[in-house]
Each structure stands twice: as structure tokens, then as C-alpha cells.
Write a protein that binds this ligand. Structure first.
Ligand code: ADP
Length: 341
């Protein structure tokens, strides 16, 4: 995050910087307290030059003074076309955030800001998904040559990774909001099958063989289907992503009388012991020559941990550099004393 000095919340900062739309955050007096990278580019300035100042203090933010006043008066996020922008359709969003320094309003304002950010991130889902559909349409409506097909595939993969970042940011915001799980009787083995089916194309592209080893009778527990499927997808897609030379990825589920354990095993790059204790912390990424070219936000594992712990379970990892990794979790088959169907 370029600035947002008044906001200590790391997730919030990542949310704002993760948004491709230009966003300015102002305090309740209309003073600029944050400016994301897209806004720096759109307004042709550096966040450091406008942070802490009223819009009138800089020639490039002065035309926004009226819009900022309206946002402060209503307390609502305001989005308008960029004044004097040569680019039709370019907009900027103004969010009202807590003032710098100690403030007894901060918690309420912070949660309002988080709600607003969640709304923006949520709005990104549609344009990204429709861009992906248009790429699919290009190929579906006529012959494309090999080069064009290759570029289309790259564009599709970039959009998929944007979509997955959007989902991660929304999951993170959901976890931080303390919202409840939607619990029902569900079969973890079926969720694992669905997660693998969703990752088939990605695995094929990365030349990774996916296999599943599950008890034939299934593994029923009381859980939140979509969150658990998301957690499994996260672990398997990491296993594929961190196996840059291809290789097998195996998902194994075993149950005892009281627990169900899911393991995702890969023979990828592995992880050195000093990183292991930090892997489930938000934003932690291992920085080595092997990981430098692999994209990621560092949020996935912390989301998996959050979801698993909300189900009363625990996460684990075993790994050695060059040999591969096993990531997984153990869940109780009862939850809060509720018998399993
Ligand atoms: P990211 O978006 O960076 O993949 P995660 O939270 O999912 O974020 O993972 C955190 C870090 O843990 C990664 O940056 C990577 O260094 C390491 N990691 C996760 N899964 C694996 C794996 N299967 N093999 C090797 N390293 C992994």
C-alpha cells in the first residue's frame, strides 16, 4: 500500500491497493488520508504529496473538492468521472474513513469502510467474469491461429488469477467480520471431488496429475459446504502452483471415529524449515529464487486456517525443500456437540 497512514489494518490496505479502480480515502473533514496506486496513476501524482492535505492544496486534486465534500456530507462512497480526464469512462471513488489519531469513532467508521471496500471488491467479480466469457467467445465463434489461442489462454489465466484474488479478499473480509458459518450435514469427499473437478483445466495446463484417495463410504460432517470446498481448492491449487515442473498431486481423506483428516500431497519445490511456522500468517510468502516467478497474495493459507478453525479443526504442514509438501487439516466429525447425520 502506498500510503493510508492513518489505517493500521493490513487487510484494509491490501483491499484498497488490490482494487484497479482509482480510490481516494478522506477523513471526516475531507482531508486526504489514502490514495491507491490506480488513483496515483489517474491523477498523475504521488500519494505522499497529497496525504494529510485538503484537496485544494494540490492542483490535480482541487477539481475533486466538490465530490469530496459530497462524500463527507453523505458519509457514502461516491464515484464520479475523473474531471479533466482525457479518458472517457475513467472514474474515481472517494471513501470516507476515520480521522488520523485516537478517535472514539474509529471502530464504527472502520467497519463502515470495510463494508464499502467489500462492496467494491464484490463489484469487480462481474467485469472480470464477463471479460473471461468474451475471451471464451472469441474462440467459440471462429477459427483462431495458434498464436492467438496462446494469447487468449494467457489472458484467461490472468483473469482467473484476478478473480481468485477478488475471492481471497472477500474471504478475508468475511473472516474478519466474524460472520457465522452456514452449517449443514455434508460429505467432505464430495466437496473434494468438486474441488478437483474445478481445478482440472489448471492442472492439465501445468502438466500436473491429480488423484484422489478417499473412503468409498464418504465422510459426512457438519460443515459449511462452500467454505470447506474453497479451503480444499486453495490447498490443491497451491500444490499445483508450487509444482512448477509438473508432477503428481494427491488428495487423501481418512476418517477415525472422531475426526476426518484431509491431506494434499505434492512433489513440488517444498519449503525450508525456517518458513514453516509463518506460512499460515496473512500475507506471508516464501521469497526464494524458486518462488520469485510464482504469483500469489500470501492470503490463501491464512483463509484456509480461518475456515478450518471456525469448524473447530486444525491445519498442518510437512515439507522439505526439493522434496515436496503436505498441507492439510483435521476436522472433528461433531461440531459443538452436534451429532453427525
Ligand atoms: P500464495 O498466494 O503466496 O500462494 P498462500 O497463503 O496460499 O499464499 O501460501 C503462503 C506461502 O506458502 C506461499 O507464498 C508459498 O511460499 C508457500 N506455499 C504454500 N503452499 C505451498 C506448496 N504446496 N508448496 C510449496 N510452498 C507452498
Amino acid at each position: 500500500m502506498t500510503t493510508l497512514r492513518t489505517l493500521s489494518d493490513k487487510t484494509l490496505a491490501a483491499l484498497i491497493d488490490g482494487v484497479p479502480e482509482a480510490v481516494l480515502a478522506v477523513d471526516e473533514e475531507g482531508r486526504i488520508v489514502g490514495c491507491n496506486r490506480a488513483a496515483e496513476a489517474a491523477l498523475d501524482l504521488l500519494a505522499a504529496d497529497i496525504t494529510g492535505h485538503l484537496p485544494a492544496a494540490h492542483p490535480h486534486t482541487a477539481p475533486l473538492a466538490d465530490m469530496i465534500r459530497r462524500a463527507v456530507t453523505t458519509g457514502q462512497p461516491t464515484r464520479e468521472p475523473l474531471p479533466n480526464s482525457g479518458h472517457a469512462g475513467h472514474t474515481i471513488m472517494v471513501l470516507v474513513t476515520p480521522a488520523a489519531g485516537p478517535s472514539h469513532h474509529a471502530p464504527r467508521s472502520m467497519s463502515r469502510l470495510l463494508d464499502q471496500m467489500r462492496e467494491i471488491v464484490h463489484e469487480l467479480k462481474l467485469p472480470i467474469s464477463s471479460a473471461k466469457s468474451f475471451i471464451d467467445l472469441i474462440e467459440a465463434t471462429g477459427e483462431v491461429n495458434t498464436q492467438q489461442a496462446k494469447w487468449a489462454e494467457r489472458a484467461r489465466l490472468s483473469l482467473i488469477s484476478m478473480l481468485s484474488l477478488v475471492h481471497e479478499l472477500l474471504d478475508m473480509a468475511w473472516l474478519e467480520s466474524g460472520a457465522a458459518l452456514t452449517l449443514q450435514s455434508t460429505d467432505l469427499c464430495q466437496l473434494a471431488e468438486r474441488a478437483l473437478a474445478g481445478l482440472e483445466n489448471y492442472a492439465h495446463y501445468r502438466e500436473v496429475d491429480l488423484s484422489l484417495d478417499i473412503p468409498p463410504e464418504g465422510c459426512t460432517l457438519h460443515g459449511d459446504e462452500s467454505r470447506l470446498e474453497g479451503a480444499i481448492t486453495n490447498l490443491v491449487s497451491n500444490a499445483i502452483k508450487y509444482s512448477p515442473d509438473g508432477g503428481p498431486v494427491r488428495l487423501v481423506i481418512r476418517r477415525t471415529a472422531d475426526t476426518i483428516t484431509l491431506r494434499v500431497e505434492d512433489r513440488g519445490i517444498g519449503i525450508a524449515p525456517e518458513h514453516i511456522p509463518h506460512l499460515f500468517q496473512p500475507f506471508y510468502r516464501v521469497q526464494t529464487a524458486a518462488t520469485r516467478r510464482i504469483e500469489g497474495s500470501g492470503l490463501g493459507l491464512s483463509i484456509v486456517k480461518g475456515i478450518v478453525e471456525k469448524h473447530g479443526g486444525t491445519v498442518f504442514v510437512e515439507s522439505a525443500p526439493g522434496e515436496g509438501s503436505v498441507f492439510g487439516f483435521t476436522l472433528p466429525v461433531t461440531n459443538g456437540g452436534t451429532p453427525i447425520a
